[in-house]
Design a protein around this ligand. Structure first.
Ligand code: SF4
Length: 732
């Protein structure tokens, strides 16, 4: 690894400035510019941070056409006036030399590209799209994106008959949304403010940060709320917890079964809630009545008395207590993640905390208006999904709205996908097994719409169509909700704060150009400003009001309820037994399922991973400010338990070779007692292998290098921690 010294950081920062300023510098009088800048007015423009899927509300302060600083929006429920280090860093990426500055066309198999004009890009891509659809059908188009529902792409896919809209969620949390939908009818989120006991398992709000969540958790603790963190690692959230309970990785399900068993056998659960609002309790109990806290202890490594103590603590505070619904750690990493998520819901239901202060609530939401359709031409019948999500005989239980991103190379190989669009999504780095993902380049047409030179663009794309940085664009509005409880619907959006510094475009303009060249004249007959106005119409909010406040809060609509609860399931109750599973021949209720793989040798470990507070995604590792924090904290190091390290003769900072079934890589080691002895832990954002992202390139390793691309049969997730690695001392 090339360490980033302070000196080199300063050099890089200077180089960054030079690289951006150079074209202007040829024409500029710097003294006049500096003098003018001194007196220039500072304007404040609202936006939504693009550093992670929290979309924190921010104010961008702009002086003399340059970004001056960025701050959290006080109203926005995810930021509440604060943003994290990543948010500050990612805003500065508007001036990052790793940006793609204009449309690019691949010229060879060695990752060389030539710049082309937008008109050339539209004509060439549009003609290729047309030829593929005419020869193979529109259902061979795949749109893969980081997340959310991108309506512009969907409109085009509806016309040509493609169903395959894929998000990255299988790598993060698809078991969560799938299971909550099946058992409860939708997601519920924790109310920190009034909780008396908060149990966090597989959720680190201080690593995968939501700034307002950490603020509210801390305030709840100050009011007497108890925080219990169960995690193989002494994670950042554990540092403020009353208790950190290290658990054997992959055994959260056993711990949960032990908790549920204690609640039921000690009669600590809310019987009246279960009688009124639960379907399938008896079936669950029939299959799990012998799985006691003692049995759980033999699997998860937490003493039976401690499991019972946690169950009693929760019950003592219920209904003002919750088991957090979790994230990556619970919802995408193990063969048993689906059953683990089911137990998560079951424990909360046993506490009777749904719709209760300090318990769980659904997200507040609203409905936006839509511009009138301007396309009246033919519409093709929808084909089957290329990834098989929701399709009979393939992955019938996987949510089609999420999809199976790790299957894209297979879909291409089988001829089920011929043209793939990647919008703000980089599966070569964020999905397992990058060498396998590189086969994406074999598609007839690969188009990437990124803002930087990410790996997927460099290694697989035939065309790269750069999108504006988030501070350079106005967007249609978003409902702000999810992951944490807030009683009122909030609406916010991004307003353009800066002129584009490159020849990049907004997605709407890219789609207009592509579809026109394809032969559809007027699919998007509106500007984004017009779309924004129409969207806000039904909720009585004007564009000017939204621009002035940055985030609008509507009347509180999700408040505690004592009775008359209904859930969006077939029975209207919380279903402990999933009907869709039974239909497919599975048991409807969860029972103990072991992890898929286990370490066996003295130098074998389970590879686990997670976020650092200052990095979220691979794009943050090409940022000088955030990488300076990495340097200071030795952030690329792999964590290893001190006793296991001692047995292998490994010391702090040593290089080791990490080998899985599919690759070997070298990394430096951090020795700690804050990690379960059976695993090693990698921060999730390093290992950039795009040479064009110079700051991140070659820094650290990425867990995805070691994990084989697998698909969970029921929810499609990647089983991202079912990976055993062998560690040997020595390396670079
Ligand atoms: S948590 Fe940080 S990176 Fe994520 S949206 Fe908020 S400020 Fe940005």
């Amino acid at each position: 690894m090339q360490p980033i010294s302070r000196r080199s950081f300063l050099k890089l920062a200077a180089a960054t400035t030079t690289a951006v300023a150079l074209p202007q510098a040829l024409k500029m009088d710097f003294q006049a510019f500096a003098e003018e800048a001194k007196h220039a007015e500072v304007t404040r423009v609202p936006s939504l941070c693009n550093g992670c899927s929290s979309y924190c509300g921010v104010w961008a302060y702009v002086k003399n056409g340059r970004l001056w600083k960025i701050e959290g929006n006080d109203i926005h429920m995810k930021s509440r006036g604060h943003i994290c280090a990543r948010g500050h860093g990612i805003a500065q990426n508007v001036y990052n030399p790793g940006r793609v500055t204009q449309p690019m066309k691949r010229v060879d198999n060695k990752n060389n590209f030539q710049p082309i004009t937008w008109e050339e890009a539209f004509q060439e891509v549009g003609a290729k799209m047309k030829a593929i659809v005419e020869e193979h059908g529109g259902d061979k188009m795949v749109w893969a994106c980081h997340g959310g529902k991108e309506s512009y792409a969907q409109q085009f896919m509806d016309i040509i008959g493609s169903s395959t809209y894929i998000t990255h969620y299988a790598t993060c949390f698809s078991a969560k949304t799938n299971i909550w939908q099946n058992m409860v009818g939708g997601m519920f989120n924790p109310d920190f403010d009034q909780a008396k006991t908060m149990l966090f398992v597989g959720r680190n709000y201080a690593g995968g940060i939501i700034p307002a969540a950490m603020k509210r958790i801390t305030e709840a603790k100050a009011k007497g709320g108890k925080i219990i963190v169960v995690d193989p690692r002494f994670c950042e959230l554990a540092t403020i917890a009353d208790e950190w309970i290290p658990i054997r990785p992959g055994t959260d399900l056993a711990f949960f079964l032990g908790i549920a068993h204690t609640l039921i056998t000690e009669n600590l659960y809310n019987q009246s809630f279960v009688e009124q609002y639960v379907y399938g309790f008896d079936e669950f109990w029939m299959h799990n009545k012998d799985f006691s806290a003692d049995q759980a202890a033999t699997i998860c490594g937490i003493a039976a008395d401690k499991i019972r103590e946690v169950a009693r603590e929760l019950a003592g505070s219920a209904p003002h207590a919750f088991l957090d619904p979790g994230y990556h750690g619970l919802a995408a990493h193990y063969q048993n993640s689906n059953e683990t998520m089911m137990l998560n819901i079951i424990i909360n239901a046993l506490l009777g905390n749904f719709w209760k202060a300090g318990g769980l609530f659904p997200a507040a939401s609203t409905t936006f208006g839509h511009p009138e359709a301007t396309y009246y031409g033919p519409v093709a019948a929808k084909g089957i999904r290329a990834d098989g999500a929701g399709e009979v005989g393939e992955y019938p239980l996987v949510e089609p709205s999420r999809g199976i991103p790790q299957r894209i190379p297979d879909m291409i190989e089988k001829g089920r996908a011929r043209m793939v669009f990647f919008y703000s999504y980089n599966p070569l780095r964020s999905a397992p097994e990058p060498e396998y993902q590189k086969k994406i380049k074999n598609a007839d047409l690969v188009v990437s719409i990124p803002y930087d030179w990410n790996e997927t663009s460099l290694y697989t794309a035939h065309y790269i169509l750069p999108e504006n940085h988030y501070l350079e664009r106005t967007e249609h509005p978003k409902v702000i909700n999810g992951n944490i409880y807030w009683p009122a619907t909030q609406v916010a959006t991004r307003f353009k704060a800066l002129e584009s510094t490159t020849s990049s475009l907004d997605l709407l303009d890219i789609m207009k150009g592509l579809t026109k060249a394809y032969g559809i004249e007027n699919l998007y007959g509106y500007t984004v400003e017009e779309e924004l106005e129409v969207a806000l119409g039904p909720i009585g909010v004007s564009v000017d009001e939204l621009r002035e406040k940055g985030c609008i809060e509507l009347m509180p609509s999700v408040l505690p309820k004592e009775e008359g609860l209904t859930f969006g399931t077939f029975t209207g109750k919380i279903e402990f037994s999933i009907g869709a599973w039974r239909k497919e021949g599975y048991l409807g209720v969860p029972t103990w399922v072991p992890p898929l793989v286990e370490p066996a040798e003295v130098n074998q470990f389970r590879l686990i991973h997670g976020k650092q507070p200052w990095h979220s995604h691979i794009m943050t590792t090409n940022n000088p400010y955030l990488m300076a924090i990495t340097e200071e904290k030795k952030g690329t190091y792999m964590w290893m338990n001190s006793s296991r390290a001692g047995e292998l003769g490994i010391q702090e900072g040593d290089w080791v070779t990490v080998s899985s079934d599919i690759t070997s890589k070298q990394v430096q080691v951090h020795i700690t007692e804050g990690l379960h002895p059976e695993c090693v832990w990698l921060p999730s954002t390093y290992g950039t292998f795009s040479e064009k992202l110079e700051l991140g390139y070659g820094q650290g390793v990425n867990y995805n290098d070691f994990i084989p691309a697998r698909i969970d049969k029921k929810t499609g997730h990647v089983m991202g921690q079912e990976c055993i690695v062998t560690i040997t001392k020595g390396g670079k």
